[in-house]
Design a protein around this ligand. Structure first.
Ligand code: EPZ
Length: 415
């Protein structure tokens, strides 16, 4: 599929945010910790979610999914993850913790890399080893055999989101108490902890530490996933970049403090309501620098969108990404629109730019949404190829943009 984007003077109206992809994926993995029925609501209908369903089915689960509610039932039978699914979805590494914690064995394909750069899992493995897991590597797979995970004191070398999630799930069914320090505290992890506690897990958090008392059996739960703060941030930045007053419904302002602070510094007015935000962009946008970092710092997933927004700022702005320093594959594509951007020592320098439409090729999920928004700012027509990246993480993105008045559509790529 390809996206057709035409210059759009302004956006206006309301958009409802879907459930969080990055909360739903670990929560779905956590259903492996019980054989009882789990009902999970507000699950976004996305490619990454459907790949996770395929993974759970392979491991013995029965899945029913309709109207954004998924019912997961059945016994965890097998801990062997098929390589093609692991290759397709980095988040499949999240089943390692639950599988080892329940079965004491499993075989997992080593993860591949992706457009954001190298995606190691050393922090995950170091934590699992501390809990007694050991593995051998054979033909690109990690083979774990006969081990009962035990509670351990684990200090992460970096507050990795995925490693924190994996180890919280592993500790929930390990024997004994685990203390996980220097862990990530993203809202999606707090949502996972809420789900685990609803299953009967005993988890206490203090700052960036979690204390987990393992229990051999967890029960089913009925749970509603939090709203997607990155999708909310994407639409907020679309309104700021294109212009026009937009209301974002279903967003949690508390999850977006770093973004809101930077937006206000650039001149955007934001009215915060209980779970809605009203965005009123300024006539003149001030250039503002950002550095991404672990929550509550500015999220790396929104830096491509911030870069596009800064193309309208009256002056020079800079972006540094401390999480994925190489997450600038989209820059060369935006330059084809006429974006005045340059990477200097892993810092992206951005100047005010006049954009004119052309053909672009998306390289990852958030770059895809950034290119589409740039296409709305550019004169004429912009075609964005490789839209498959977009479908991984945004539910009905084009429908929501059109509802805000964006002149966008999709069409099949002619062979
Ligand atoms: C999660 O990825 C998100 N994915 C990413 O969102 C997000 O960008 C990232 O966290 C950072 O916030 C999901 O939640 C499914 P990390 P994850 O482990 O868990 C290094 C999107 O667009 N690292 O916190 O893979 C790693 O290389 C996606 O929705 C190690 O060195 O991120 C990176 O530089 C993109 N060793 C940094 O830590 C490890 O064992 C952060 O990675 C693990 C990570």
């Amino acid at each position: 599929m390809l996206g057709l984007c035409f210059h759009t003077k302004k956006l206006s109206g309301r958009v409802k945010i879907s459930g969080s992809k990055n909360a739903a994926l670990p929560i779905l993995a956590a259903t492996l910790l019980t054989d009882e029925k789990c009902v999970i609501r507000n699950v976004p209908d996305l490619e990454d979610v459907r790949i996770t369903f395929a993974l759970l089915r392979k491991m013995g689960k029965r899945i029913k999914f309709e109207n954004n509610t998924v019912e997961v039932k059945g016994r965890l039978r097998n801990g062997a993850l098929p390589e093609k699914l692991v290759r397709k979805l980095r988040a499949s590494v999240l089943v390692m913790g639950p599988v080892l914690s329940r079965l004491g064995e499993g075989s997992f394909a080593l993860p591949g890399g992706c457009a954001l750069g190298e995606r190691p899992i050393d922090i995950h493995l170091k934590g699992l080893k501390a809990m007694g897991a050991s593995y051998s590597v054979l033909r690109g797979r990690m083979l774990f055999r006969n081990q009962r995970l035990k509670g351990a004191h684990i200090k992460l070398s970096f507050p990795s989101v995925g490693a924190t999630e994996n180890l919280l799930m592993a500790a929930s069914c390990a024997s004994g108490v685990s203390l996980i320090e220097n862990a990530a505290v993203e809202p999606e992890i707090i949502d996972l902890c809420r789900f685990l506690k609803a299953m009967g897990a005993s988890i206490k958090s203090a700052g960036s530490s979690y204390t987990v008392s393992g229990s051999p059996v967890l029960g089913g739960a009925d749970f509603t996933v939090m709203p997607d703060r990155i999708e909310a941030g994407t639409f907020i930045l679309a309104a700021a970049a294109v212009g026009g007053k937009v209301r974002i419904d279903g967003a949690e302002p508390d999850h977006l403090k770093a973004l809101i602070k930077k937006l206000k510094a650039s001149g955007v007015k934001i009215n915060e309501k209980a779970n809605s935000l009203i965005i009123i962009p300024p006539k003149i946008t001030k250039p503002i620098n950002i550095i991404t970092g672990p929550y509550p710092e500015f999220p790396t997933d929104l830096q491509p969108l911030w870069a596009v927004y800064m193309l309208r700022a009256a002056g020079v702005s800079r972006i540094k990404d401390k999480i994925f320093p190489a997450r600038f594959m989209y820059v060369d594509e935006l330059k084809r629109l006429g974006a005045a951007m340059a990477l200097k020592n892993a810092v992206l320098v951005i100047n005010k730019s006049i954009l004119s439409g052309t053909n672009l090729r998306a390289c990852d999920l958030r770059a895809a949404s950034a290119m589409i928004i740039a296409g709305l700012m550019a004169d004429g027509q912009t075609r964005v190829y490789e839209l498959r990246h977009l479908f991984r993480g945004y539910e009905n993105f084009f429908g929501k943009l059109r509802k805000l008045g964006a002149n966008v559509s999709m069409e099949k790529v002619k062979k």
